[in-house]
Design a protein around this ligand. Structure first.
Ligand code: MG
Length: 208
């Protein structure tokens, strides 16, 4: 085991604050423009696009830490919005949900538009927060049709907020989830640029 802020020995480190070597921009042929900070964190560069892991992933336990900006701009979905997309298509929402009302299945810790978190465990803006997420990937047949749904279990700041919920398909803003694998062949871990200065640090996972 590790300790607070230290990954366990079998973890694969995706981000330790020193560089973006495990990542690339979601915009083709563009370098990552996000900011590397002196406190071993990184911050979204609004408008530059998301970032995604170079390697793809299957079922994993993921740890990450995130922080929303202290300067409050906008409200609802416009306030401290980002998100972590497993296999590039299933979003666990990141949002400044501290005294910030929005649709319940779009708040922090929601499986976006699919599952409302059991409680709102969000800390105030400017505080580092943790997600510990168990992602079990969906199973597909050779035609790319889903034969077994995936699932999420999510701890937010150590509190269980998603208890083995079924992934219904892609987490769409509008419209039903899509379940066909062939529409989404890439399995990278993606972090969203939603136009807000959300910061991240200490990202690691363990293969399951
Ligand atoms: Mg989002």
């Amino acid at each position: 085991p590790g300790a607070l802020n230290i990954a366990p020995s079998d973890a694969i480190i995706l981000f330790d604050g020193t560089n973006f070597s495990k990542w690339k921009s979601t915009v083709q042929n563009q370098p990552i423009k996000w900011t590397l900070n002196s406190d071993k964190s990184m911050t979204v560069k609004p408008g530059s696009g998301g970032i995604e892991s170079i390697d793809e992933h299957g079922s994993i336990q993921l740890h990450l830490e995130w922080k929303t900006p202290t300067s409050i701009k906008s409200k609802g979905q416009g306030r401290g919005n980002s998100g972590i997309f497993f296999q590039r298509r299933f979003e666990v929402q990141i949002l400044d949900s501290y005294e910030n009302r929005t649709y319940s299945n779009g708040q922090a810790g929601s499986i976006y538009k699919q599952h409302i978190p059991l409680v709102n465990a969000t800390l105030p803006p400017g505080k580092w927060q943790t997600y510990d997420i168990i992602f079990i990937e969906p199973q597909y047949n050779e035609l790319g049709d889903e034969i077994k749904a995936g699932s999420f279990t999510v701890f937010h700041n150590g509190i269980l907020i998603q208890n083995n919920v079924e992934i219904l398909g892609t987490t769409e803003y509008i419209g039903p989830p899509k379940t066909k694998m062939t529409d989404f062949p890439k399995k990278a871990l993606k972090i969203q640029d939603h136009g807000n200065l959300v910061s991240y640090r200490n990202i690691w996972f363990r293969k399951l």
